[in-house]
Ligand binder design. Sequence first.
Ligand code: GCO
Ligand code: MG
Length: 409
Amino acid sequence: MKIIDIRVIVSCPGRNFVFVKIITDQPGLYGVGDATLNGRELAVAEALDKHIAPLLIGCDPDKIEDTWQYLFRGTYWRGGPVLMTALSGIDMALWDIKGKRAGMPLYSLLGGKCREKILIYRHVFGRDFAEVEDRARQQMEERKIKAIRVQVALPECLMPYGTRPINDKEKEIWDEAHRNQLPVETVWEPTPYLRTIPQLFDHLRNKLGEEVELLHDVHERLSPIEAIQLARTLEPYRLFFLEDPIPPEHKENFRLIRSHCSIPLAMGELFHTKWECLTLIEEQLIDFIRCDLAHVGGITEARKIAVLAESHYVKTAWHGPPDISPIAHAANIHVDLAIPNFGIQEWTDHKEMVHEVCPGGPTVKEGYASISEKSGLGCDINEKAAKKYPYKRNYLPITRRKDGSVHDW
Ligand code: GCO
Ligand code: MG
């Protein structure tokens, strides 16, 4: 069997996605993958189209591990978000082909189900504590959601991570940035953040009770000592986990945080290989590894990270934001089903037009995700529909401190 064509499809059904379609010489047999890198999509599309696809024409799609090694080590310039997102898309598509050939859903190829359904968490944000509470209650009561990541607007800040415009002034800033196809410039300060977040959790625990699982994403904005301050003030509120407390570069900083607090910690969406996970897992500096299967090298690498994590009692919580497609969400669920150390799965509902471009994929019912018994990933790409939504440049927000200096968003 041979790869005879690799199509790179860029489409913007409400937001930009990069898809990979690997066509084999077997009639009707192809695989799909997600190679979306939010804000730098075309860099990945070009890497795939101009550098990677020519290498794979004529290759045997059955050789998933060899292809992974060939593309990771053969490039010499290994790793990084662009090349690893490209490799992730290829890897997902090769696994999709293998599943289709075997006539099995991917989780079955990966060892079969360890569980019947996948616990998910969803995002809630609000302009104030009451709005966060109302929206969380709505998720709990109407959608039977068991776990909620909460974020809230902050005094002295402008659209901090995880929030949206809360008034006309912010809406105008947001809309103008998108009209000009430039990043939204947001403002964040540590002091109001460190003061407000514990108050938010105090409010939510008093109003919502102890049952619901609550999570929070710091989004890499704190220094280690600030992270310790926040973690210690949040300990009474029993978080399911506190995510991305510090930037990803100096992972050893987690030793300091870990030695001063008992709150469960999660990290990983900004890692691009298993090696970046190593210190945090081997020293048990985190409780949940949160890699993104569309950026870390696909299903092949995610399985290896899950095994590494299992041996150190670390659980998975793969990244599941709006900016990866139902194809990557399907890859998440297939791996989630087939590993013993699954923790929780981040979930995003996509708009109808995304499902028009990516039919199939996982579904959610009463706080749990599941996937069809279709062979392979169980998700597809409708190329005709994809053409309806041309690429539109869009950036992730930028954050500055009040003094104008750049900070982590
Ligand atoms: C999360 C992430 C996302 C990222 C986004 C970047 O926990 O879901 O932090 O919200 O910011 O995926 O493109
Ligand atoms: Mg995050």
